[in-house]
Design a protein around this ligand. Structure first.
Ligand code: SAM
Ligand code: SF4
Length: 333
C-alpha cells in the first residue's frame, strides 16, 4: 500500500525474539540490563502468520525475519515454512548473526527461505570476541559457507567502528571476490548503544574504493528490498553495498514497516511511537472462523494505520529529535 508520501510499503521486518546469543557492544553489550519478557508476551508463530496474512492483503508481501537472534527461537524453520505457504507471499528472508546457521542452513533452504543476511564485522577471531563478547567467530564463518553451499543467496552486513575493525573493511570486502556474495557496509546508527560510537561514513569508503578500483561501476541491478546502493568491482563476483543510514537519503524510497516480537508496529526506526497489535489477539482469542475473520479485519486496519502514519524521514542527524528509547536488539535492525 502507499503511505501518505506516496511510498509503496511492501516490506515488513518481523522480529521473532529479543533474545540473543551474542553481546555486540553497539547493540546489546555484555552487562546490559535485559528485562526478561515473558514468553506469553511474545507473539506466537501462528499470530505472526496471521499478521503476515493481513499485511499481504495490504500489499506487504516481503518479510525479513529478525531478532534478537532469530535462530535461537525454537521452531524458526517451521515458521519460515508456515510463512512461505501463505498465498500471496513473495519473499521471506532472514538476518542472523550466523552462529547457528551451519546446522540450520539446509533446513532453512528446504523450508523455502529465499535469502540470508549474515552480520559479520571482522575476519579476526580476537576482534570478534571484543565486539560480540564471545569466541564464536569460527561458527559464523562456517555458517556463511553452509548457507552458500545450501544454495541460499547470502549477503554480509558489516558495521564499522573506529579503532576496532575499520582497518579491515577491504579484507571483509574480499569475501565478495570469489563467490556471488554481496558485502554491505551499514553506518552505525544512533539508536541505543549505537549512540556511543562515531559512524564511519560510507562516502569516505566509496571515495577510497574509487581510488583503489578506478573501474568500479554503479550496480543498478535489484539486490534486495533495502536502501543499499551497490557498486561492482571488476573481477568480483559479488557486489559491494552501502547503507548510508546517517544522511537520510534513503527515506524517500523507504518501503518498510517493523514489527517487534511483542507485537508493536513501528513506522520508523528513529521515533519511539508504536502501534500495539498484540491486544487484538488477547482480546479476540477465539479460534472459530468468524473470530479469525474479525481479527483479520482488525489487523488490516491496525497495519494500515501504522503505514499511514509513517513519518517522512528519520532524524538521525539531529540527535535531540530521536525519540526511540529501545535498544536495537528489541527492534531488529
Ligand atoms: N541478530 C541478528 C543479526 O545480528 O543480524 C539480527 C538482529 S540485529 C539487531 C540486525 C542488524 O542490526 C545487524 O546487522 C547489526 O549489526 C545491526 N545493528 C545493530 N545495532 C546497530 C546500530 N546501532 N547501527 C547500525 N546497525 C546496527
Ligand atoms: Fe545480537 Fe544481532 Fe544485536 Fe549482535 S547485532 S547483539 S547478534 S541482535
Amino acid at each position: 500500500m502507499k503511505d501518505r508520501f506516496q511510498r509503496n510499503i511492501d516490506y515488513m521486518r518481523m522480529s521473532i525474539t529479543d533474545l540473543c546469543n551474542l553481546r555486540c557492544r553497539y547493540c546489546m553489550p555484555d552487562g546490559m540490563t535485559v528485562q526478561k519478557v515473558p514468553m506469553s508476551e511474545i507473539l506466537t508463530y501462528e499470530e505472526l502468520a496471521e499478521i503476515a496474512t493481513a499485511g499481504i492483503a495490504l500489499g506487504i508481501t516481503k518479510y525479513k525475519i529478525t531478532g534478537g537472534e532469530p535462530l535461537v527461537r525454537r521452531g524458526c524453520t517451521n515458521f519460515i515454512r508456515m510463512l512461505k505457504e501463505i498465498p500471496g507471499i513473495e519473499q521471506v528472508t532472514m538476518t542472523t548473526n550466523g552462529v547457528l546457521l551451519e546446522e540450520q542452513a539446509e533446513a532453512l533452504r528446504a523450508a523455502g527461505l529465499d535469502a540470508v543476511n549474515v552480520s559479520l564485522d571482522t575476519l579476526k577471531p580476537e576482534v570478534f570476541e571484543k565486539i560480540s563478547g564471545v569466541n564464536l567467530h569460527h561458527r559464523v564463518m562456517a555458517g556463511i559457507d553452509a548457507a552458500f553451499d545450501a544454495g541460499l543467496r547470502v549477503k554480509i552486513n558489516t558495521v564499522l567502528q573506529k579503532g576496532m575493525n575499520d582497518e579491515e573493511w577491504l579484507s571483509i570486502l574480499s569475501l565478495a571476490k570469489d563467490r556471488p556474495i554481496d558485502v554491505r557496509f551499514i553506518e552505525m546508527m544512533p539508536i541505543g548503544y549505537g549512540k556511543q560510537f562515531d559512524p564511519i561514513y560510507n562516502d569516505d569508503l566509496q571515495a577510497a574504493l574509487l581510488k583503489i578500483y578506478p573501474d568500479i561501476k554503479k550496480d543498478d541491478r535489484i539486490h534486495g528490498n533495502g536502501p543499499a546502493t551497490y557498486m561492482k568491482i571488476p573481477g568480483f563476483k559479488g557486489s559491494v553495498g552501502f547503507i548510508g543510514a546517517m544522511h537520510g537519503r534513503f527515506c524517500a524510497d523507504c518501503n518498510r514497516i517493523r514489527l517487534t516480537s511483542t507485537g508493536k508496529l513501528k513506522p520508523c526506526l528513529c521515533y519511539g511511537n508504536t502501534y500495539d497489535i498484540r491486544h487484538i489477539f488477547t482480546e479476540n482469542p477465539g479460534q472459530d472462523s468468524e473470530e479469525a475473520r474479525n481479527r483479520q479485519s482488525m489487523l488490516i486496519e491496525a497495519i494500515r494505520d501504522a503505514v499511514e502514519n509513517k513519518p517522512e524521514k528519520h532524524c538521525f542527524e539531529k540527535l535531540s529529535e530521536i525519540t526511540e528509547q529501545k535498544e536495537m536488539v528489541e527492534i531488529g535492525g
